[in-house]
Design a protein around this ligand. Structure first.
Ligand code: SF4
Length: 467
């Protein structure tokens, strides 16, 4: 579990990783490097790129940001027209260089690499079974499981992948690369996003479509739930590892994680956030002088609240871009003054004003309390908090670091009690109907409802029966 200090710095939820792949383009690793830059918000603990020239796979990786891990010299060693990259935030398996991806797997049938975004739910059962069968794990990352499962299956490499995928439960977008092929995979529930684009004669794949723009690629479509796209000898083949699919995109992608210029399930993230803000204004109007959003994720929603209410939208908070990567803990005095916060209040805007403060979610309440304190210290009068999601009451098993009930303040307090705790004059959470109206029906809302779209039962017996 995170410390209070880590929450103080991070402020918000974190997700596990982003992936980017490029197929059939000269200096593919350069494309992937820039793609990873655009996905950096999805993970800052480690970055890696693997590339293939058709004969050999070369992998380079390290801890830190993509710009810290790679320089032009390192990139120049990653030759070939096929490449896959990864940025890591560790919710499962912990940090450490051995867990930075892509994972390189040596196999007598041919080496391959795996890049994974998500969280495998039945990790423990699968690991126990695989170890009992003789598999030796080199990392503590759940992503290594797919590699061992593939190794144990019969058939050509694609058949092995298709069979292995049926044994994994949970959230996963994988890009797997051999020396001459790339396999792009999304789980059958569609939890984590994965988009496909084109760049001249090349195909590119990314956790977020927004990363295509930076490399000049064009968004084509989302990879579908259970879809396995095989790229081999400049051909593309489409398979589905199961037809038991559903489309349960993580609602947090719309609410918080993804960049506003990303498109998920055909819906632009900025548009869905703006809609959520307007619905909040309709569901819970309040008189105030200005609406302000917590940067960056709630700026679109604040616009939406303003659209509907006709209350002017203002910039009351400024994000301090570079405080997140300090490892020096603030002393008590600094903590109390809030100087290490990622945000600063704009006194010229908020002094003597009644505010509507739009934010995306409340996990532990500590960040909201800090923000409200900042605004009050800057002279704000009333602060009415409006949240663009429902209260978080359940953990996430699908790759977001909402790990247990104890850290979820909405399991302890109702909205009135929570308003008192964070120091707000009022607090309202978007209804679940409002969330569906803003984001569409094809979303996972398990952490808001406790109703999980997958069973978390062990697949061990099923696997044993197949062996
Ligand atoms: S439980 Fe919540 S955080 Fe996890 S995938 Fe579902 S909506 Fe996203």
């Amino acid at each position: 579990m995170k410390s209070e200090f880590e929450y103080f710095l991070d402020g918000k939820l974190n997700e596990e990783c982003g992936v980017f792949g490029a197929y059939n383009i000269d200096e593919a690793s350069q494309i992937v490097y820039y793609g990873l830059h655009s996905l950096q918000h999805r993970g800052q603990e480690g970055a890696g790129i693997a590339s293939s020239d058709g004969e050999n796979i070369i992998t380079k990786k390290g801890e830190g940001l993509a710009s810290e891990v790679f320089d032009s010299e390192k990139l120049s060693t990653l030759i070939g027209n096929m490449s896959v990259g990864h940025v890591r935030y560790s919710t499962s398996g912990g940090g450490g260089i051995e867990n930075v991806q892509p994972l390189f797997i040596r196999a007598h049938t041919g080496n391959f690499v795996v890049a994974h975004n998500g969280n495998i739910v039945n990790t423990r059962e699968l690991k126990m079974h695989l170890e009992a069968m003789g598999s030796i794990f080199h990392t503590t990352s759940d992503s290594e499981i797919i590699a061992h499962l593939i190794q144990r299956e019969a058939g050509d490499f694609k058949e092995k992948i298709l069979k292995a995928l049926t044994k994994i439960e949970g959230a996963f977008s994988f890009i797997i690369m051999t020396k001459d092929s790339m396999y792009v995979i999304r789980d059958k529930n569609g939890f984590r996003p994965l988009a496909m684009g084109t760049l001249d004669n090349a195909y590119v794949f990314s956790s977020e479509s927004s990363a295509f723009q930076i490399v000049g690629a064009k968004y084509l479509r989302d990879v579908e739930p259970a879809e396995v796209i095989t790229l081999h000898k400049n051909n593309i083949e489409i398979d589905f590892y199961t037809d038991a699919t559903q489309n349960k995109m993580c609602a947090m992608e719309y609410i918080y994680f993804s960049r506003p210029d990303t498109i998920i399930n055909g819906l632009n993230v900025h548009t869905s956030r703006r809609r959520a803000g307007a619905i909040l204004a309709r569901e819970c109007p309040v008189n105030a002088d200005i609406v302000i959003g917590v940067p960056d994720s709630s700026l679109s929603s604040a616009m939406g609240y303003s659209d509907y209410s006709n209350i002017p939208c203002e910039m009351g908070l400024i994000k301090n871009r570079y405080v997140g990567r300090t490892f020096i803990k603030p002393n008590q005095m600094l903590r109390e003054r809030g100087v290490m916060m990622k945000l600063s209040a704009m006194e010229a805007i908020v002094r003597d004003k009644n505010l509507i403060l739009v934010d995306d979610s409340i996990v532990r309440g500590t960040t909201s309390r800090h923000i409200i304190k900042l605004l009050k210290n800057a002279g704000a009068k009333e602060i009415h908090v409006r949240i663009t999601s429902s209260p978080i009451i359940s953990p996430c098993f699908y790759g977001v670091d909402i790990s247990n009930y104890d850290e979820l303040i909405s399991t302890k307090y109702n909205a009135k009690e929570l308003a008192d705790f964070i120091g707000a004059d009022s607090l309202y959470f978007l209804s679940s109907e409002g969330m569906y109206e803003a984001m569409g029906k094809n979303i996972c809302t398990a952490c808001f409802t406790g109703k999980y779209p997958t069973s978390t039962f062990s697949l061990l017996d099923e696997i044993k029966n197949q062996k």
